[in-house]
Write a protein that binds this ligand. Structure first.
Ligand code: NZQ
Ligand code: ZN
Length: 385
């Protein structure tokens, strides 16, 4: 196991009717900015519950944060924060609203000329940020309990990530009933994203991480069992609750402590979203099986462990390793998430060449030991036609 430090300061408030807890969680006298996306929170009653809980607190609102939140939009919120003297941010929505708000929190306190530096330095220039409390309505990203955010820039078709200990939410409210209104596409996306967060930390080069492995296997098994239930019955509280808690636990830091993260599927997937606008989880369902097949020899031992413990396979490690990739693809498809670029009408050769060129320009290597060159990435993408 590698050396590590682990700290997660986010208070998680989980369960039915927990939005009312905002009345005590939001600091008294705060000047609050509610941020939200395209309006789902008005259709499912979440906005009403939030406003009721805030009572007569000072509240401004900023809506229109897109899926894959855009720098251009978020900078308008930064201006509003400064004009209104906002001192507390309250994102209400999915990972995009939460991520976008983390950027607003950091950019509002950034005094350099160009806030895109926050992304360019992966958060290195963030020295201060406004406090954030979140109300999550889409279990997927883990953004509710981590210090990460991924921001897109329309002008340059970039999608970049930053991390800072200063943008962990102070608290996050996770009420599974808010997720009843997710359609099958977002429900499937959420399960796949949480699944791939887990495998990106678990299916790496072997480390003696006995407890982390068991955490990961618990999350994967839960998603395989509960995922189909939420698709079949969107108002199944128990299944929604189990999926929500799994997604949070998959990326709050504990499970991956002491492990070398792979993150190749995320790195490649972000480029596919930047170029083609694909939903985040849809890129992962395409890329992950390709990464695994390309690195079958290196990852054989871990894939075999995953196949034996999570899918109950037995036999030769080499056979289990390749069989479990097929089972994983079939699981993603069963969640309604396609695993091939062709299903989105995207030319794999063109996509491969574009991403290769970008990674070459950035001198970016992918994978837990940096062994995937831009040329390897191109081959992986082409294999996913
Ligand atoms: O915008 P609204 O109207 O709210 O609708 C959203 C949006 O259209 C809708 N939605 C959310 N909650 C709903 C709902 N519809 C009905 N009922 C509800 N309860 O769902 C759509 C997608 O929302 P979005 O927030 O974009 O999805 P998700 O949570 O999957 O977030 C994706 C973003 O997070 C980033 C991704 O790259 C992507 O930009 N990620 C963030 C990570 C992190 N912070 O750690 C890690 C992830 O790997 C990921 O990269
Ligand atoms: Zn993800």
């Amino acid at each position: 196991m590698l050396n590590f430090e682990f700290s997660n300061p986010t208070r998680l408030v989980f369960g039915q009717d927990t939005i009312s807890r905002l009345s005590t969680l939001v600091p008294k006298g705060a000047r609050v900015l509610i941020t939200y996306g395209g309006g789902s929170i008005f259709r499912n009653g979440v906005h009403k519950a939030v406003r009721a809980a805030l009572g007569d607190a000072f509240v401004e609102e900023f809506g229109g944060i897109e899926p894959n939140p855009r720098f251009e939009t978020l900078m308008k919120a930064v201006q509003l924060v400064r004009e209104k003297g906002i001192d507390f941010l309250l994102p209400v929505g999915g990972g995009s609203v939460l991520d976008g708000t983390k950027f607003i929190a950091a950019a509002a306190k950034y005094d350099g000329a160009d806030a895109w530096e926050i992304l360019r330095t992966t958060g290195g220039v963030v020295k201060s940020a406004l406090p954030i409390g979140a109300v999550l309505t889409l279990p997927a990203t883990g953004s509710e309990a981590n210090g990460s955010a991924v921001i897109s820039r329309e002008e340059t078709t970039e999608k970049l990530h930053f991390w800072s200990p200063l943008v962990y939410p102070v608290f996050s409210i996770l009420d599974p009933t808010t997720t009843f209104t997710l359609d099958s596409r977002q429900t499937g996306n959420g399960v796949v994203d949480a699944f791939v967060h887990t495998t990106e930390q678990y299916v790496t080069v072997h480390q003696d991480s006995v407890l982390q492995d068991r955490f990961a296997e618990g999350i994967l098994t839960t998603l395989i069992e509960e995922g189909p239930k939420v698709l079949a019955n969107p108002s199944d509280y128990a299944a929604r609750a189990n999926v929500m808690w799994s997604a949070t636990m998959a990326l709050q830091g504990g499970m991956g402590s002491g492990l070398p993260g792979d993150w190749a599927s995320h790195g490649i997937g972000h480029e596919l979203t930047a170029f083609y606008g694909l939903d985040h989880a849809r890129t992962l369902a395409i890329v992950l099986p390709g990464v695994w097949r390309h690195q079958l020899e290196m990852k054989k031992e871990r894939l075999a462990q995953y196949g034996a413990r999570v899918w109950g396979l037995s036999g030769e490690p080499a056979w289990i390793a390749s069989r479990v990739i097929e089972l994983t693809e079939a699981f993603f498809e069963s969640m309604g998430v396609p695993t091939r670029l062709g299903e989105h009408g995207i030319d794999a050769k063109e996509a491969g060449a574009k991403v290769r060129a970008r990674f070459t320009e950035r001198n970016a290597k992918q994978g837990e030991n940096g062994s995937l060159s831009p040329e390897d990435v191109e081959k992986i993408i082409v294999s996913r036609a």
